[in-house]
Design a protein around this ligand. Structure first.
Ligand SMILES: Cc1ncc(COP(=O)(O)O)c(C=O)c1O
Length: 389
């Protein structure tokens, strides 16, 4: 391996939210932070050098978005995901959670029904509720093969609730499911039939694992391309979330005109200097790093899975098909919700995300971030084992 993912980097004093927000969120700071979804690996050297060179100029005035930024996005999506995009189909956005909120404001009105599929990344529910839209849930189904969608119920909800929008998490956070072609095609047909706009959050899309494939929603069928807005970013994959470097992809002309006009009228459409530099560099010159990082993460997932099987079989990991998060099924521990949280925080001294925060179906699960040196995971799992004993 040419890259170092083993060195433990102390993130104290760097304003990292996973450290600074420990007391506010968990009530104590002596916890191993395995929650907020960024990685504890240094960003690829190529990106660090490009950003440093950019900052060395010493003048941080207004910058224009270089065409090379868009060219690097187009080439990346073609090479990595097989997408044939045109320049006019992509537009910068300052973060994906913001992008979803922009889409809600642009394409729906207060009171409009919006579908989500819990348990799912918690801001989806918050964005719907706090933008005063009506939350409509099509819960995922958890079976022996992990999570799947429930298309029959989805269609029934489209028929009865007449939702304006469906917010899809693809791949899914927290389960790590890289949705299969067929499920996405089925959803696309239903959404076309009922005139539902699909907002596909694909922030974890460039991190497929164990030979699984990621299917970008708009690529699965003509219907999918016609009904959707896709959000992508290098932020998770290259650990540059602090730079707000995301973009929207819209194939359909009328959706694109309306949405991109909303973005440009409000001046949300221009990448800040460092976001453009970091994205371009990551997409062009850090491809090997991504491949090695994913191998390391796969090793971490195997490590956690084998450790649990051997030492804590009552906790069962849902093996992710993408990204660096493991959804742990802790229901076998047979604790109440409060006792489970107390076990992780006050006994094992670990900061994981509480599954209940992901909405319906999340209680009894915990989300573990394995984007960190393996030694950290080993210490964390030992602490959990001792706490359970
Ligand atoms: C599914 C999903 N969407 C969006 C985000 C956050 O994206 P951004 O920082 O671009 O708003 C995350 C971060 O954890 C995520 O998991």
């Amino acid at each position: 391996m040419n890259f170092d993912f083993d060195t433990v980097i102390d993130r104290h004093g760097t304003d990292a939210v996973k450290i600074e927000a420990l007391v506010e969120h968990f009530g104590r700071k002596d916890l191993i932070p395995l929650w907020v979804a960024d990685m504890d690996f240094k960003t690829p050297e190529a990106v660090r050098t490009a950003v440093s060179n950019c900052l060395d100029s010493g003048i941080y005035g207004y910058s224009s978005a270089p065409e090379s930024y868009y060219a690097s996005v187009l080439k990346w999506e073609k090479d990595i995901n097989g997408l044939n995009l045109r320049r006019k189909e992509i537009c910068y956005i300052p973060g994906i959670v913001r992008g979803i909120s922009f889409a809600l404001q642009c394409f729906s009105s207060p009171g409009d029904p919006i579908i989500i599929q819990p348990p799912v990344y918690m801001p989806f529910e918050r964005l719907v509720r706090e933008n005063d839209r009506k939350l409509v849930e099509n819960p995922l189904v958890y079976g022996n093969d992990g999570y799947s969608m429930n298309p029959d119920n989805f269609e029934e909800l489209c028929r009865t609730e007449r939702p304006k929008m469906f917010i899809l998490c693809n791949p899914h956070n927290p389960s790590g499911r890289a949705w299969d072609h067929e499920s996405l095609r089925t959803i696309a047909e239903i959404c076309r039939k009922y005139g539902v706009l699909v907002v596909s959050d694909e922030i974890h899309g460039d991190m497929p694992l164990f030979g699984n494939r990621f299917h970008s929603f708009s690529s699965v069928s003509d219907s999918a391309a016609e009904v959707s807005i896709t959000f992508k970013a290098p932020s998770k994959t290259f650990n540059i979330a602090g730079f707000m470097s995301s973009y929207a992809i819209v194939k359909n002309d009328s959706i694109r005109e309306r949405f991109f006009k909303y973005l440009s009228v409000n001046e949300f459409d221009a990448p800040p200097l460092v976001a453009a530099v970091a994205t371009r560099e990551a997409y062009e010159n850090a491809r090997d790093w991504r491949v090695e990082m994913l191998k390391y993460v796969e090793g971490n997932i195997r490590f956690v899975s084998e450790y649990l099987e051997r030492n804590i079989p009552r906790i069962r990991p849902v093996i992710p098909q993408a990204s660096f998060l493991i959804w742990l099924d802790c229901r076998g521990v047979n604790l109440t919700h409060d006792d489970l949280i107390d076990l992780f925080i006050n006994k094992a001294r670990l900061a994981l995300n509480d599954g209940a925060d992901f909405g319906t179906g999340g209680e009894g699960f915990m989300r573990l971030n394995v984007g960190c040196p393996r030694s950290i995971l080993e210490t964390a799992l030992n602490q959990l084992k001792i706490a359970l004993e």
